[in-house]
Each structure stands twice: as C-alpha cells, then as structure tokens.
Design a protein around this ligand. Structure first.
Ligand code: TPP
Ligand code: SF4
Ligand code: MG
Length: 288
C-alpha cells in the first residue's frame, strides 16, 4: 500500500488506548491523501484539549492557539493566504464552550475552512468534567448531582445561522467519517463536522456501544439542500442522525468580501508591508 504522506511514522501519541481520537486521525489522513492535498499547503489550527493535540500527529503546518481560540487564527490564515487548505480542529469543550462565541461568528463570516469537532460529551484533558454537550443526568466529580442544563446542539445552531456545510459523523465508523471529511474539505465555505468520539477514560456512559445504539444514518431520502428539514433532523436525539445534514452552495466567503481583495487579488502574505503604517499602528495601540 502506498505511504500516506500525512503519516508521521512511529511517534508517541498521548491518547489513551481505545480513544475515539485515533480513528478520527486515520480518517483525516485518508481523506487528505484521497483528495491529493499537498501537506505543504495544509494548515491545522487547534485550541487546548485532547482533541486539540491532533495537529501534532500528522504532517502539516500547525498553529496551536489558546483554549477556545482555534477559529480566529484559522480565519486569519485563510484571509492572508487563500491558497491554503485550513482545518480548525478541537473538542466540544474548546469549540462550543470556551470558544462558543467564535463558533457563532465564524459561521456568520463563512471563511473557507473545515471545522472538525471531536464531541465526546466531556472535558477529557482535565479529567472528566461536564462539557456543553454532556447529556442531562451525566454525573462527574464536579457535577455530583448530574448535569441539569439543556445540552448545546451545535448542528441546530449552525443550520439556524445558515452555515454552508453541516454534518455529523461517528468515530466508530471510519469509512463514513472519511467520506464526510472529504466532502467537507472540498466544500467552499465554512464546514462543520461534529464527530461523536468516545472518551474511554472519563465518559463511561457515552461509549462505543452507546453511540452505536443511539445513532442511525440520516437516510438516502434526506434532502441536504432543504434547510428547514435539516434543522428538524438536527433536533432529533433519539436516536441521533449521522451524515450530511445541510449544504448551501455559492455564498460568498469571508476572504472574498475583504476590502483589500476588492481591486487586487494578490494574497495578503505576498504584499509589501508598509513599515511606517505598521509601526504607527503598534505605537497607537501601546498608547491606549
Ligand atoms: C482559559 C482556560 N480555561 C480552562 C483551561 C483548562 N482546560 C484545558 S482543556 C479543557 C477542556 C477540554 O475539553 P474538550 O475541548 O472537550 O477537549 P477533550 O479533552 O475532551 O478532547 C479545559 C477546561 C485552560 N487550559 N484554559
Ligand atoms: S482522556 Fe478520553 S479523550 Fe482523552 S485521550 Fe483518554 S480516552 Fe481520549
Ligand atoms: Mg471533549
């Protein structure tokens, strides 16, 4: 079998044996290879958490940012160099909790990037507190009486905000996940792929078996161009549908609407920097 160009060989991976993150890593490497993407053109941006370690485990350019802050630098990378393939990847806590504000506004801006969220319904890295997607009744050493809040529904929120691509996969099904990732990366505009990912160490409720029993495919009859139908299906949770819920083609991306590109399509990173203007700007900021 031909070598996958994104594979880093024999490296130490700091995930627990059996963690659902491993198959997301394999599916992503497979999707990138099958799309024939040049590793030099790939930028992976993440925040903090177990899922956010992902960019360190495949060959790519990496920006590892602050907790909850993957999307702003990812948006900026695309704006500065629209020739790059940008993936913002993190966990449910990082993306929907700490980074929830950025999640909402990235969808509205519609940068051409793929947002992969490893949704294990828990904070894995910090040893098992509830996350925004934890289900009611989930008990943890902090939520000793069980979670009482309504879980955050990322798909419904994304469709309500007219995100241009919205999907959900399950890390227990590598082939389906790879095909969804390929479509998301190929899609022009903001693409959300929420992936159900068992955390075998700190979520003993939402296990591989639980996800298998509580999910089902959206079905061939699902019309991914029908926004209201996609929203209705995104509200289902008994069982949770899997697949591509909604696709909107043709909308302008964030980088298309930026004024510096109005008259000149030279990527920002290739343009001459006006040092005087830059220094004046930095000075003005320091003085405020
Ligand atoms: C500002 C800030 N607050 C809290 C933390 C501690 N912290 C690190 S990762 C994390 C949660 C990660 O959960 P999630 O994004 O679901 O990732 P997982 O580990 O489950 O993959 C928290 C609360 C931090 N590093 N920085
Ligand atoms: S703590 Fe959970 S999410 Fe983190 S590596 Fe272990 S199994 Fe995976
Ligand atoms: Mg998590």
């Amino acid at each position: 079998m031909a070598k996958n160009r994104f594979d880093m060989g024999d490296i130490d991976i700091a995930w627990c044996p059996g963690c659902g993150n491993f198959s997301i890593l394999e599916a992503l490497k497979g999707a990138l290879e099958e799309l024939d993407i040049d590793p030099a053109r790939l930028v992976l941006v993440s925040g903090i958490g177990q899922a956010a370690k992902m960019p360190h485990y495949l060959r790519a350019n990496v920006f590892n940012g602050l907790h909850g802050r993957a999307l702003p630098p990812a948006t900026a990378v695309r704006a500065a160099n629209p020739g790059l393939v940008v993936i913002a990847e993190s966990g449910d806590g990082d993306m929907y909790g700490e980074g929830g504000n950025h999640f909402l506004h990235a969808i509205r801006r519609n940068p051409d990037l793929t947002n992969i969220v490893h949704n294990n319904m828990v904070y894995g890295l910090t040893k098992g507190q509830a996350s925004p997607t934890s289900r009611p009744g989930f008990t943890t050493p902090v939520q000793v009486d069980g979670v009482g809040d309504e879980p955050f529904n990322p798909l419904a929120v994304a469709i309500a905000l007219n995100a241009s691509f919205v999907a959900r996969a399950f890390s227990g099904d590598g082939e389906q996940m790879k095909e969804i990732l390929k479509e998301a990366i190929r899609h022009r505009g903001y693409s959300l792929v929420d992936v159900f990912q068992p955390c075998v160490s700190f979520n003993k409720v939402n296990t591989y078996q639980w996800f298998r029993q509580n999910t089902r495919p959206l079905g061939k009859e699902h019309d991914r161009g029908n926004r209201m139908e996609a929203l209705r299906r995104a509200m289902e949770k008994d069982p949770y549908p899997l697949g591509i819920f909604y696709v909107r083609e043709g909308g302008a991306c964030f980088e298309d609407r930026l004024s510096p590109y109005e008259k000149d399509d030279t990527p920002l990173h290739l343009r001459e920097v006006d040092r005087d203007k830059l220094e004046a700007l930095v000075r003005a900021k320091r003085e405020t």
